[in-house]
Ligand binder design. Structure first.
Ligand code: FES
Length: 144
């Protein structure tokens, strides 16, 4: 069996929604301290719905594919629906990732959360802080 699924290769070779966004409503940037990869997610939000998403990922192919598929998963969704996206769902949408690459999908989940948090903060929207665990409690680095 090939190491990467066709879906992973497709999103890696033809990433969707890639690039910078002007005047985003929320921006999130996360990184993995171990591998050094960085993912930035931009959101345009109208009436609590994510109307546009863009990403920039400096990282491995799995991280690029994860961020690409994640943008498709949250476009047109409510902010709450986007917050509920897990790295497991990102992996499922890609048809799987090799075990040693699962941590790359964590960056996608975290970058969405980080961008939503930025949106909440900028707009003075109250939120449950436990939805956004800090670095200390994050599993990403330990998963590398
Ligand atoms: Fe760092 Fe994939 S190796 S995110």
């Amino acid at each position: 069996m090939a190491l990467y699924t066709e879906t992973v290769m497709d999103h890696f070779m033809n990433p969707r929604n890639v690039g910078e966004m002007e005047n985003p409503d929320g921006v999130g940037e996360v990184g993995n301290a171990k591998c050094g990869d960085i993912m930035k997610m931009y959101l345009k939000i109208e009436n609590n719905v994510i109307t546009d998403v863009k990403f920039e990922t400096f990282g491995c192919g799995s991280a690029i594919a994860s961020s690409s598929v994640a943008t498709e998963m949250i476009k047109g969704k409510t902010v709450e629906e986007a917050l509920a996206v897990t790295n497991k769902q990102v992996v499922e949408a890609l048809g799987g990732l090799p075990a040693h690459k699962l941590h790359c999908s964590v960056l996608a989940e975290e970058s969405i959360k980080s961008a939503v948090k930025d949106y909440y903060d900028k707009n003075g929207i109250e939120y449950d802080h436990s939805l956004f665990p800090d670095c200390e409690s994050c599993e990403a680095c330990r998963m590398v």
